[in-house]
Design a protein around this ligand. Structure first.
Ligand code: SAH
Length: 395
């Protein structure tokens, strides 16, 4: 059996059931496990800590499958984990709120590196770690069995694959080809996920509840939706009775689909406008033109992709929050988010607070926001809580 031995004093995160073993914690890799193979993990004294998937190219050298040394890592274990993950989403899908959800959320569902998003009858799969790649065929068989009547499509083209030394791969996983974009319902509104070339698997499912919340605060409002992507927040704002909504994004493809979402949901295009622009630039031009809004959404991409980028990212978050606060009418609402796992909640809160001080405005938190329930937060895996946000009233 392949085995890795940890350095003395480097087992504490595993004792707290955090599943990552960084390369610096590894004393010795015994035998030569192939990429993704299962290795037994032992501490410096030879005590067994469980089993992990070996990632020879990644800084995260191994990801724990189980902390029980007696548990076998096999198809049955994967099948149990997938069944449990599906079970945890069944209430959400049965509720009629949506026909799309994240079915498998990697470490947060006990399957490091596997992400599966369901859009109606299509399952979009991402194999993002050496371990998930190693078990690919088994995982696909289990998914086909567990979710009969669905069509599988692969979008293993994330940056995470590069770190794992894996080539990017996309395409159908079934004889039946799914359509280019898959229609689904979210809180009564129609959306399309561009599963072939959209971001992630095609849509940002993690903002579902926050989009609904925006709709509930949009009546009569002039709304600015920054980093709009395909207009999810905009469509909910229009449904909530917004007087006018502006989507801003640098991606022409995303905006094209955003426009179609507005039309397909039957909203009057007179209430809707798009700006293909850099948000930093657009916010400054609004400031210079003294344009004002009642509600602003800031949902930027991950500004910090690693801990070394947190300082620079902090400046970016502060800039946009400061500018947005200045554009809000007194009593206006700011929906502000960070989706960087490296940006902790206390740090993000401080950045938004600093922005308010510099803007000379008071920010009152009406709601603390997080990711949708199908993107579980596991307390002993802090990185699983990646999306943080606030709904603030700006006085
Ligand atoms: N709020 C969206 C998801 C946003 S994803 C939703 O609910 O679906 C982040 C978006 O920011 C992407 O569409 C990306 O194209 C866009 N983006 C990234 N950097 C940008 C910039 N500097 N200015 C404008 N848009 C940007």
């Amino acid at each position: 059996m392949h085995q890795i031995r940890l350095r003395r004093g480097r087992a504490s995160s595993l004792m707290r059931r955090h599943p990552w073993i960084f390369s610096g914690a590894v004393q010795r890799v015994e035998s030569e496990p192939p990429s993704g193979a299962t290795v037994r993990v032992i501490d410096a004294d030879g005590r067994a800590l469980g089993h992990a998937a070996y990632s020879p190219s990644s800084q995260i050298r191994a990801r724990m499958w189980t902390f029980d040394p007696a548990e076998t890592v096999d198809a049955a274990l994967l099948q149990r984990r997938i069944a449990a993950a599906g079970q945890r989403r069944s209430a959400l899908l049965a509720s009629g709120q949506t026909t799309a959800c994240r079915l498998i959320a990697s470490e947060a569902d006990g399957i490091p590196g596997l992400v599966v998003d369901r859009y109606d009858r299509v399952l979009v799969c991402q194999f993002l770690s050496a371990g998930a790649e190693y078990w690919r065929e088994t995982l696909l068989d289990i998914l086909r069995d567990a979710f009969p009547g669905t069509v599988l499509f692969e979008r293993s083209d994330s940056d995470a694959r590069v770190k794992e030394g894996l080539p990017s791969r996309t395409g159908p996983l079934h004889a039946v080809e799914p359509p280019d974009s898959v229609t689904f319902l979210e809180h009564g509104l129609h959306f399309r996920a561009d599963i072939r070339s959209g971001h992630k698997t095609g849509f940002y499912l993690d903002q579902r509840e926050n989009r609904l919340l925006l709709g509930q605060h949009a009546e009569g409002a002039e709304v600015l939706n920054c980093f709009s992507y395909t207009g999810g927040f905009a469509v909910h704002a229009l449904a909530g009775g917004a007087a006018h909504v502006t989507d801003v994004d640098v991606s022409a493809d995303a905006l094209r689909l955003a426009g179609e979402h507005v039309r397909e949901n039957g909203f009057d295009s007179g209430r809707y406008e798009q700006q293909e622009s850099d948000v930093f630039h657009f916010l400054r031009s609004c400031r210079d033109a003294r344009r004002e809004f009642d509600v602003i959404v800031l949902d930027p991409p991950k500004f910090a992709a690693s801990s070394s980028q947190v300082r620079r990212a902090s400046r970016g978050y502060k800039d946009i929050n400061l500018l947005a606060m200045k554009l809000l009418r007194p009593g206006g609402l700011l929906f502000t988010f960070s989706c960087s796992a490296h940006m902790t909640e206390p740090l993000f809160r401080k950045i938004v607070a600093d922005a308010a001080v510099d803007a000379g405005r008071e920010a009152q938190v009406l709601s603390q926001l997080s990711q949708s329930v199908d993107h579980p937060v596991v307390l002993h895996i802090p990185e699983s809580w990646y999306l943080k946000g606030y709904l603030c009233r700006i006085g």
